[in-house]
Design a protein around this ligand. Structure first.
Ligand code: DAH
Length: 350
C-alpha cells in the first residue's frame, strides 16, 4: 500500500478508536478495546508492520505519525481506565445522584444590635440627620472636660471609667475608653458650623460588674442638633417622632427632669408601656406603666461657650440612648449579655 493511503488509514483508525473508547464503560470492554486497537496484534500494530515495505521517506513520515497516534491512544486509554476506577469507588453508581436531597445551607443574618442600630439611624436620617462615627479610645478632654465635667467633679462618678495606661506631660491619666458617645458632640461642634443635625452610633465601655442589665461593652446612639432658634419644643417633637417610628404610632411619651452636666435643662424620656398598654404595670415596665428609653436636654450654654459658639445666637439639644436596651424592650430580651455571647440559638431568633 502506498504511504498516503496508510496515513489516511492510521488517522481513520485513531478517530474510530477514540469513539470506541468513549463507549467502553466497563473493565471488560476497555480490555477488549486495548487488545483490538493498541494490543500486540491490534489494528495499529498491523498498520505499522507495513512500514518496512515503504520508501525510506514514507517510512519516516508514517513512523512519526504512527508514534503520535500510539502515544495519544495509550494516554486516552489510561485516562479512561482511571475515570472508570473513580466511578467504581462510588459503588458503580454514576458519580452524580440527582435524586439526593441537597445539603442544608444555614443563612446568615445581621446581628440584632446591627439591626436595631440601622432602625434607629433610619428613623433619624428620615428627619434629616447625618450619621457620623468617632474614636472608641478617647481623651479625658472630650469625654469629660469639654462636656462640663471637670476633674474631681462628683459627676464623674456617673461613669465608671476604664483608663488607658498612659500619662500625659503633667503625669495625669488622660486617655480612656469612651464611657459614652457624648464626646462626639464636642468633636462635631469643634469641626463644623451650624446648622448641625448629627447622629452618632458607637461602642462605649465601662468598668462594670456585669449582670443582666449591665455590660462593660455596649452601644450608644448620640444625637446633636445646633442652630439658631432651637428650643425644647424641637427636642420633644423630634424624640416623640422617633418613639412613634420605633414603638408604634399610638405611643405616648413622658419627659421628666434629669441631670447630665452637658445639658441644661436635662431630661429623661419614657414611653408608655407597650406590653401592658393600659398603664396597669407589668414586668417590662416594672409595674410603673412607663419605660425610660433615653436621656436628653438642651446643650448647656457652658459647653457651647467652651467651643466658641455664642449661646445668645445658637442653641441646641442633645440626646443619648442605649440601642441594646431598646432592642431588649422591643423584642423582650431579658439579658444584655446575650448580645455579646455569640450564641447562635439567641442570634437566629432575630
Ligand atoms: N451620655 C449620657 C450617658 O451616657 C447619655 C446622655 C444624656 C446623652 C443626655 C445626651 C444627653 O446627649 O443630652 O449616660
Amino acid at each position: 500500500m502506498a504511504g498516503n493511503d496508510l496515513i489516511e488509514e492510521i488517522k481513520a483508525l485513531e478517530q474510530n478508536a477514540l469513539i470506541a473508547l468513549d463507549e467502553a464503560q466497563s473493565k471488560e470492554s476497555l480490555e477488549e478495546w486495548r487488545i483490538s486497537y493498541i494490543g500486540r496484534k491490534g489494528a495499529l500494530t498491523s498498520i505499522l508492520r507495513q512500514l518496512p515495505s515503504l520508501t525510506p521517506e514514507d517510512r519516516r513520515l508514517l513512523g512519526s505519525i504512527g508514534n503520535k497516534v500510539k502515544t495519544n491512544l495509550e494516554q486516552s486509554f489510561a485516562n479512561a481506565e482511571q475515570s472508570l476506577t473513580k466511578s467504581a469507588n462510588t459503588n458503580g453508581n454514576p458519580s452524580v445522584d440527582v435524586t439526593m436531597p441537597g445539603r442544608q445551607i444555614s443563612i446568615g443574618k445581621l446581628h440584632p444590635t446591627t439591626q436595631i442600630l440601622r432602625e434607629i439611624c433610619d428613623a433619624f436620617v428620615g428627619m434629616g440627620f447625618q450619621v457620623v462615627e468617632g474614636p472608641e479610645v478617647e481623651w479625658d478632654h472630650y469625654n469629660f472636660e469639654k462636656l462640663n465635667i471637670p476633674k474631681d467633679h462628683p459627676a464623674r462618678d456617673m461613669w465608671d471609667t476604664l483608663w488607658i495606661d498612659y500619662e500625659n506631660d503633667n503625669r495625669e491619666k488622660s486617655m480612656l475608653m469612651r464611657t459614652h458617645t457624648s464626646p462626639m458632640q464636642v468633636r462635631i461642634m469643634e469641626n463644623s458650623q451650624p446648622p448641625l443635625r448629627v447622629l452618632v452610633p458607637g461602642k462605649c465601655y465601662r468598668y462594670e460588674a456585669t449582670d443582666a442589665t449591665h455590660e462593660s461593652q455596649f452601644y450608644q446612639v448620640e444625637g446633636l442638633v445646633v442652630d439658631q432658634g432651637i428650643t425644647f419644643a424641637n427636642l420633644k417633637g423630634t424624640l416623640y417622632e422617633f418613639a412613634r417610628l420605633l414603638f408604634g404610632t399610638d405611643r405616648k411619651v413622658r419627659f421628666r427632669v434629669d441631670y447630665f452636666p452637658f445639658v441644661e435643662p436635662g431630661a429623661e424620656m419614657a414611653i408608655d408601656c407597650f406590653s401592658c398598654s393600659n398603664g396597669e404595670g407589668c414586668r417590662v415596665c416594672k409595674g410603673t406603666g412607663w419605660i425610660e428609653i433615653l436621656g436628653a436636654g438642651m446643650v448647656n450654654p457652658k459647653v457651647l461657650e467652651g467651643l466658641g459658639y455664642d449661646p445668645s445666637i445658637y442653641t441646641g439639644f442633645a440626646f443619648g440612648m442605649g440601642p441594646e436596651r431598646i432592642a431588649m424592650l422591643k423584642y423582650g430580651i431579658d439579658d444584655i449579655r446575650l448580645f455579646y455571647s455569640n450564641d447562635v440559638r439567641f442570634l437566629s431568633q432575630f
